[in-house]
Design a protein around this ligand. Sequence first.
Ligand code: ADE
Length: 250
Amino acid sequence: MFFDILTIFEDFFDSSLKNQNCGVISKAICSGILQVAVRNLRDYTHDRHRTTDDRPFGGGAGMVMKPEPLCNALDEIKLEAQRALAPEPLVVLLSPRGVTFNQKLACELANFEHICLICGRYEGVDERVRELYVDFELSIGDYVLSGGEAAALVVVDAVGRLCKGVLGCESSSKEESFSQEHLLLEHPHYTRPRHFRGLNVPEVLLSGDHARIQKWRREEALKLTAIKRPELLEQAQLTEEDMAFLGKIR
Ligand code: ADE
């Protein structure tokens, strides 16, 4: 899977994506399973000051990202894809007015071979870039960041880890919270030591009885979801046994 990131702050991505000690995503990049090209928008300007922003027409506070550097970069990316006989990239603009990102969208994006993430800055991006190039606008939540860079990292992480070979164990992304299959929060986890500061590991997890352990985990997941995110239960695939358990605890 290939990500292109268009930004005016390319250094923002250095430690998290290039340093192999930063977890599964940076490892996957180092081994070539994931490819990430961070493109500095200033390299696509043609003036002495390498200008990427300008004042808004109509007046008002703040600056707007100019269309030319973004469109020049996107043209180059599309041309490179054409020359490599590769599919056109999906062009995603990170912005607070986009669709809110979630695990379902991450799974959908993981089906694309090439995603181009535009990191907006300042007051926003010239509207014509949206009209001419953007396939999809994505927000990572209902708050305003100082730019799309942090959001781009979130997307690369959430989508990248779903790509084949990125996680050591293929099943772990399926079993975790919000996965397609369950849409429940995950059950609690414990590791050694058995006793820690007066708190013990639940006895069932030490029993070796896998059926009991599975049942306990399912019930804990249902309980947590009912308490913390009850709205998720409406979309979850629940069995009669699940419904009976929820009936008991509600
Ligand atoms: N840029 C600024 N705020 C953002 C958000 N919430 N999501 C994605 N990009 C953004």
